[in-house]
Design a protein around this ligand. Sequence first.
Ligand code: DAH
Length: 362
Amino acid sequence: MLDQLKEIEGRALEQLSRAASLEDLLALEQGFLGKKGELQLVLRGMGALSKEERPAVGAAANELKLRLEGALAERRSALQAAALARELADPGFDPTLPGPAPRMGLPSAGALHPMTLVVRELEDIFSSMGYTICDGPEVELEHYNFNALNIPQHHPARDTQDTFFVRHPRAGKAQPSGRVADGASDLVLRTHTSPVQVRAMERFGPPLRIVAPGRVFRCEQVDASHEHTFYQMEGLVVDREISVAHLIHAMKTLLREIFRRDVEVRLRPGYFPFVEPGFELDARCLFCGGSGCAVCKHSGWIELLPCGLVHPQVLRAGGIDPEQWSGFAFGLGLSRLVMLRYGIRDIRLMTGGDLRFLQQFR
Ligand code: DAH
């Protein structure tokens, strides 16, 4: 039997050295080492050997198996190296050419969404003015989204913000806010970023300066200028004796930074239950300078942001004494700002995920 093994080894090594392809190697591997290979056939005959002979034959067979496996691996890498060398030597092969473009021509590093670009720029501007950047939950307690902002359950101001109420297992039971709606749920997808005002007051106490960018939701009929999902940035300053003059100064500074020039502004009265007085701030049209164009609908002014002095009820809801402190707040419509900035005409592009749109912002 030992002779038989020797004979197999000789033949295997000789055939291996002549194998010209990986397929040849595979066939040899199966022929010699496979389940029905020659080595197995020999081992099957071991039952006929005497007890004394068996260990020696077993050991020899194992060693042979290892040697053949080694030889196979060696031959395999030699063949692979040869194949690569042939490919490189091919005059038609240019290793400096780029590989196939990943994901429809987008660079693999990706690109930033125009909203991200604008939010980052605004965060830089506000941090440089000493504001803290805050975050708030997108699924919000009705308390923060409405009640604490001086919009109680049956207030008509709720009608202006069509709301997605959230069904949840604890609906109707007491929430951390301690308040429960008489409706089915006291959780809503926040309709604006204003709830972060009260959360920030509770968390930091006065004096404070914050901005809170984020995603908001309304149950809207979607068209080119209405989306159910859009972005706002809330601003809030609470300090001693804050007046409308502070508000105007902060807004003018903000606009100068964003548009990199002085922007003329005007205030019109505007009603929001959480500010008193409340305003709509308009900017002299950035496109025509005020002479009238399609963007400003020939009025010379663009409605930019609602703002006002924080209502005493809201300060109280945030645990701040309105006799001691006052504040101003503003709500920047980020989706609108991004659209103005980049000349985007359809708001649906902002959340549509269309790569042809997204690729344009680098
Ligand atoms: N949260 C309001 C909305 O989405 C906008 C707003 C108005 C925010 C006045 C403010 C403000 O901070 O002072 O309709």
